[in-house]
Each structure stands twice: as C-alpha cells, then as structure tokens.
Design a protein around this ligand. Structure first.
Ligand SMILES: [Cu+2]
Length: 159
C-alpha cells in the first residue's frame, strides 16, 4: 500500500489552513484605511493657500495615523487644526504632524476643524478641478487620492 499521496495532500491541506488562519489573525490586527469624499476648497484663499477635507475611516483592527501629505499643486502640505480662541478663529499645524485614526474609528477633516493646508499654491484651484494628493500613514503607508475642487460660498478664510 502507498500512503504517500494522501499523506502529502493532508499536509498541504493543513498548511493551507494554517496560512488562512494566519492571514485572518494578521488582518484583525492591521489598520484598514479608507478615504471618503475628499474635496478641496476653491482658491483664492489668503496668501495663495488652499485647504483639503475628507473623512478618514479605519475599518481595521489596529490604530493608524496620518503622518504626512504630499501635494502636486502646492509647495507644502501640512495637517492643520482650526480652533476658536476668544471668539477668534485660529489654525495651527497639528502637533508632530500626526493625526491619529483609531481602529474602528474615523476622523473628519472639515471646515472649522482639521484640514490639510496647501501652502504656496502653484496654480488657481477652480471648481471642478481635480488635484492629486499622497497621504502618508504610519502603518498603512502611502495612499494616493484625488480631491475635487468645490465652490464655497461666503467663506474665504483659512481653515
Ligand atoms: Cu490651515
């Protein structure tokens, strides 16, 4: 009798099962980043700056963080936060350029809150234009996105 073939098949099946289990276990411990509704404010803004907004969703099982942005339309792109201080709107770079996106959570970048500041625009941003950005995440790496420029009525200040 020859037991080699069934034995080999069983080994392969077990190996594959082990692989699946490992992948599932890994998947549960990785972040999974999804960018929703990215859009940019039309320019001109003060001093030729622009702002980009979006929802960053983390559907994975581990925390992640946005740690940098590269933009094709501006010299510099920074992660900013707008706050109210004594009834005055102020914005500042997020500490350490690190915006945490917790596991199973989301961060909303919107006017009056977090935003990506495009400093030193190389061109005017007209409604309907599409601009490319590269978002850099601590664990998920780089994500290329395209934000559509939208018209914003009556709001032409930073943030
Ligand atoms: Cu800003």
């Amino acid at each position: 009798m020859n037991f080699t073939m069934p034995h080999k098949l069983l080994s392969i099946a077990l190996l594959m099962l082990l692989l699946v289990v490992m992948l599932v276990a890994c998947g549960a411990k990785s972040p999974s980043i999804e960018i929703q509704e990215p859009w940019a404010r039309q320019s001109p803004m003060a001093e030729g700056n622009g702002a980009v907004y979006m929802i960053i969703k983390n559907t994975g099982g581990a925390d992640d963080a946005l740690v940098g942005v590269e933009s094709s339309v501006s010299k510099v792109a920074e992660i900013h936060e707008t706050t109210m201080e004594n009834d005055v709107m102020k914005m500042r770079p997020v500490e350490g350029q690190r915006l945490a996106v917790p596991a199973g959570g989301q961060v909303e970048l919107k006017p009056g809150g977090y935003h990506i500041m495009l400093m030193g625009l190389k061109k005017q941003l007209q409604p309907g234009d599409k601009i490319e950005l590269v978002l850099k995440f601590e664990k998920s790496g780089e994500k290329k996105i395209e934000a559509e420029v939208r018209k914003v009525e009556g709001m032409n200040m930073g943030g």
